[in-house]
Design a protein around this ligand. Sequence first.
Ligand SMILES: Cc1cc2nc3c(=O)[nH]c(=O)nc-3n(C[C@H](O)[C@H](O)[C@H](O)COP(=O)(O)O)c2cc1C
Length: 196
Amino acid sequence: MKIKLETGKFYPCYPVYVFSYYAENGKELITTMSSSFTLGNLLVLGVGKSSKFATILQRNPDFCINFLSRTYLRQIELAGTILNRNYSDKTELVGFHFDKSKASNAPYIKEASLIWECRMKNCDQNGDVGFLTVTAEILGRLCDSNLFKNNEFQYNQLDIPLFEADSRQKVYRFMTDEARPAGLYYKDFIARKKSM
Ligand SMILES: Cc1cc2nc3c(=O)[nH]c(=O)nc-3n(C[C@H](O)[C@H](O)[C@H](O)COP(=O)(O)O)c2cc1C
């Protein structure tokens, strides 16, 4: 039996990231987000039209996506609840440190374990919906050196808070070590087919 799920939104665990970019005066600005997907080097984001980033995106298309571990949840949450328009010192209040990306004209957060250096390609206003759809290219990726060993990314060391929410509740859920190689079921299917 299925029942109707009444909710205005349903987010079944999206990785939480902090967006970083330069304001018109060159100052580092940040905002926390979770709506995104990637395919290869294509990145698509849902950005609230009232956010500071939405207002300057057309002038400076470069930004970085910063993934931080749960150690920084306080800063991550503050970056997503304190608004730039109410607190012009939001960046200082949150307290991250920055370096400049070489691939993109944007700052990245030094405390981040994984960084995507990006450039906007297209921005869709979506009519009167409150969110822009931003399509961007990932120009480069940076990661902490301890996340890359023996020429392999150490996925089991990666710790990115996940945002789970609906109209009733919001929680941060966390990644676990549990993993299963992809492709085994298909290989098994093919093997069974051949032996028939
Ligand atoms: C965990 C979390 C996830 C969020 N995800 C998004 C998102 O995907 N898109 C968005 O527009 N705002 C999202 N927000 C809200 C924005 O961070 C918030 O509106 C933002 O700080 C306002 O932008 P500004 O201060 O840069 O103007 C999220 C906030 C939190 C705490």
